[in-house]
Each structure stands twice: as structure tokens, then as C-alpha cells.
Design a protein around this ligand. Structure first.
Ligand SMILES: [Zn+2]
Length: 284
């Protein structure tokens, strides 16, 4: 599932490649992923519209467009397997393509979703009236990039479970998922199953700083790779380049050399038992 760094790098890259371009052709294929409106309306509304900007709201991308007095907002929630990609006329289209958008600079952006877990919405409004937005966004906490350290620590007091569960809870902050939470906790030297109230002030500060460092450094690294490869749906490769513990089961910890541990519960957690000591020493 793409998380904040991947979507932020994609957002910045796309904004510099297709902003102010007009959509000259729209095709829809897998209609079930398009929650609103109908596939036909989706095509009609987007055709001829101009892309103004792309924003990221947690793990959702919003494309803002206009067509005369019509304001259009296209939201993409990638789910587990949804990915944006470039296509070309000569290229065989991805088997699970949901839609394709051709822009006036001849670039063709497609959205494909192998397991159809994602969701796409297109809302339209007239005369700058506020547009509707997907209900899921209403439950989101602040995006990590917008939150200060004091706000982060203050919010943390309201969430009392295991720290990894809190970091990935979109009501706490949006944008962090299972994979980057492992990387952040490793950077902060905090055991993933430490309970939030067990963390002292220094550990909470370290956690905030680790979020900031891990996420911003990942955005920079992915942006660099994207510029050189132009490949948007390349998450696995990006992660191979960036990750230090996630999916590194039994490999030596990059700091102490101890083998990386794996715990498979509802989801996979990787961490170093030597570097990430539980806040409560009686734990484990
Ligand atoms: Zn270690």
C-alpha cells in the first residue's frame, strides 16, 4: 500500500509534469472501482478539463481540475494495490486498468488496481461552491507534514495502545502505514509494541523527529529515483533502496548486526530486539 512518502513524491512529480495540461481523452475500464459518478459521466466530465493542482490528503491524492465554470475534484484512494503509471499508445494497457487520462502534452496517465481494493471519486461543483468529498476523509487526523512536535505529543496522550498501532491509525495522523511505521520506530529506537503511556517525553520527541526524518528522506530518495526512471508504479524497488528493517527478516541490523526479528500478527512487523528496547522492561 503506498504511504505518505511514495504518494508525496508522485504528487510532486506529476504536478511538474501535467499541471495546466488539458485532458484530451478519457477512457474507463474497471467501473466498480469508480464509486462516483457513473463511468460515462466520469468520462464526460473529465474530458476537456484542465488540471490545476494535485494535493495529498494522507494516503489519498486529489486532482483539482476545471472546465469553464465547473470545478472538478478527482480523489484516488489507492487501497492495497492501486497504482498510477504512465502509458503510451503503443504499449499494451495494464490488464487491471481502471481509467486512463490523455493530456494535451501527449502523456497518458493510467490508474491500475490488481485487487480492486482502491476507490475513485469524481465530484463536480459550479461557481466555486465547496465540493463534496469522500466520507472517509472526515475521520482523518492531521497529515504528518502539517503537525508540530508539541501537537504530535499532545495528540499522543489521547491514544493509549501500542505505539505502532497508533502511528498507523489515520485518526491519529494520516499518511503512515505498516511499512514506514517499522522504519520510523527503528529510527526512534522504540519497540513497536511499547504502549504509548510508557514512553517518556524524550522518547516521544525522538518519535516525532524519526517520523520527520524517515518520511522526508524517503520523499527525497523516491523523487530522485522517479526523475531518473520516470516509472511511477515502482514502489517495491523504492522500498528495497530505502528500507532498513521492514521486510528484512533475519538480515543483520544495519546498526548492531543482530538479526532483524519478525512478528506476524494481523500484519507484519520487523524490528531489532537489541536496538529497540521495550519502554516497559518487563514487557516480552
Ligand atoms: Zn540493532
Amino acid at each position: 500500500m503506498p504511504e505518505l512518502p511514495e504518494l508525496e513524491a508522485i504528487r510532486q512529480y506529476l504536478a511538474s509534469n501535467i499541471s495546466e495540461q488539458v485532458i484530451t481523452n478519457v477512457k474507463t475500464f474497471l467501473h466498480t472501482v469508480i464509486r462516483k459518478p457513473s463511468a460515462l459521466e466520469f468520462e464526460e466530465l473529465l474530458n476537456g478539463s484542465t488540471l490545476d493542482q494535485i494535493e495529498r490528503i494522507g494516503k489519498i491524492l486529489r486532482f483539482s481540475l476545471h472546465k469553464s465554470d465547473l470545478i472538478l475534484n478527482l480523489y484516488i484512494d489507492h487501497g492495497l494495490t492501486g497504482r498510477l503509471a504512465w502509458s503510451s499508445i503503443s504499449q499494451k494497457i495494464h490488464a487491471k486498468t481502471v481509467f486512463s487520462l490523455k493530456f494535451s502534452n501527449n502523456k497518458i496517465l493510467i490508474y491500475h488496481d490488481t485487487r480492486l481494493h482502491g476507490a475513485v471519486w469524481l465530484f463536480s461543483s459550479k461557481n466555486y461552491q465547496p465540493s463534496e468529498r469522500p466520507a472517509v476523509i472526515e475521520n482523518f487526523g492531521p497529515d504528518f507534514v502539517q503537525i508540530s512536535e508539541s501537537e504530535f505529543i499532545k495528540r499522543l496522550q489521547k491514544f493509549r495502545g501500542e505505539i505502532k498501532g497508533i502511528l498507523t491509525n489515520q485518526k491519529f495522523v494520516t499518511g503512515i502505514g505498516n511499512a514506514y511505521a517499522d522504519e520510523i520506530l527503528f529510527e526512534a529506537k522504540i519497540h513497536p509494541f511499547s504502549k504509548s503511556p510508557q514512553l517518556n517525553r524524550e522518547e516521544k520527541s525522538a518519535l516525532y523527529l524519526a517520523c520527520k526524518n524517515v518520511l522526508s528522506s524517503a520523499v527525497e530518495q523516491i523523487s530522485r529515483i522517479l526523475e531518473s526512471t520516470q516509472k511511477l508504479d515502482n514502489e517495491r524497488y523504492w522500498r528495497q533502496q530505502i528500507f532498513r528493517v521492514h521486510l528484512k527478516d533475519k538480515q543483520p541490523c544495519p546498526i548492531c548486526g543482530n538479526p532483524i526479528s519478525t512478528i506476524k500478527a494481523k500484519r507484519l512487523t520487523n524490528f531489532c530486539r537489541k536496538c529497540q528496547v521495550p519502554a516497559n522492561r518487563n514487557f516480552i
